[in-house]
Design a protein around this ligand. Sequence first.
Ligand code: SAM
Ligand code: SF4
Length: 459
Amino acid sequence: MTLPVLSPSARGFRAIPLAARELRRQPIVPVLGRPPRVHLWHIGCQMNNADRESLAEQFAEIGCVPEVPLEDADLAVLITCTVRANAEQKVYGKFRELIPWKRERHGRSIALTGCMAVEHGEALLDRLPELDYVFDVREPDGFLAKLQGLHGAALDGPLALPASDRLSAFVPVMGGCNEMCTYCIVPFVRGRELSRPMPDVVAHVARLVEHGVRDVTLLGQNVNSYRDPSGGGRLPELLHAVDAVPGLWRLRFLTSHPRNAVPELFTAMRELPTVCEQLHLPVQAGHDALLRRMRRLYTVDEYREKIRDAVETVQPRLALSTDIIVGFCGESESEFAATEALMREVRFDTVHLAAYSVRPGTAAARRADDVPLSEKKRRLNHLLALQRQVAAERNGAYVGSEIEILVEGTAEDGRPYGRTRENKVAWLPAATASPGTLARARVLSATAWQLHAEPLAAA
Ligand code: SAM
Ligand code: SF4
């Protein structure tokens, strides 16, 4: 069974050029007499996850074998992230692991793509002598064409990817970001916002559903500034169009910017049966001066108002999640306390907490990174502990209530597990439901991270 192939250029994304579109040190793989086998590795946000899936499809399309274990591979491709320094460190760590793998057999090679490829370009080839190839994940055609040139005789047309049993998938609907938050490297490495035409997105989701996907997350760095380039429809209209795809059970979207979180979006969430009761709305900080320094372009009160509107509109319950940065330039004790107070007030289900990491080239990199690392860690751990407690209480409030679980798999002990519409992990007793089904269940107990439930009548 072949899965749909969509190159980022076919998705309508515009790329910032790498110095040269793809940079090559030497032919990637010597003639093997068989299709090259490709190992893919990624780190970072769901966009990179989606890029990995798209690359796997494109490798299969030219006749390479994607997603093989490293020991069987001829080519390893690293899909990288540069949003924080520790993500880059992990990439360099992974790269070091690949060096003995490459030396073990002549002809093995390593390619690097994703955000680090755009940020560092050719410099990576100087810095990493074992690296063979750098290419822009948004425009991999040149790289793929070179592979085809090298292995033409061994590449025997498109390969069918093995039938996938996955139930959920990420679908990029726009690339880039126009916001220019002062701390963030994303606009530099992902470029300006560009949305995919709505009919393309709908067709993509329909193809996934045909292949068994039931839960789709529409992706964009700033997904709620989506605008259909052909018709001008925004995210609420896109949700309406995708909701109408027959066979789709659940629809989500990530990541929303508070500025673009409009009432029509919340109304669509309430009205459309597939759209799940889950909103990820990154606040970053709970103090107006801090938000101004971050160039977030909303106040804490405006953020509160959005949350209130969302909670009142999407009834009976809405799971809320957010991103928060601690230790940003000049973050005082009182500014930090305001962020903590906002967390206590909103009581998010999930908070992605990160310590501020200087990203060279961003506006914030010109300010002093003056919160000491030990203090950043203290603040981070303090909020992590608070969130653990809040999450346990939020989940505890589910005890006794009904949930719907999309069963994704069965653990070794026979217990089915899956996710609720609010995206919470939920467990059922052994042998009570099969993967790929929807189960109605009553919550018996909860921890900060998961729910334990008993089945009710089949949905
Ligand atoms: N577009 C989304 C938004 O507006 O919040 C988020 C996308 S960003 C790739 C994901 C998260 O990484 C951000 O919400 C922020 O919390 C975090 N982040 C970005 N730059 C960072 C930095 N320099 N240091 C620490 N965290 C950072
Ligand atoms: Fe980065 Fe801000 Fe754009 Fe999010 S909205 S990707 S944090 S610049």
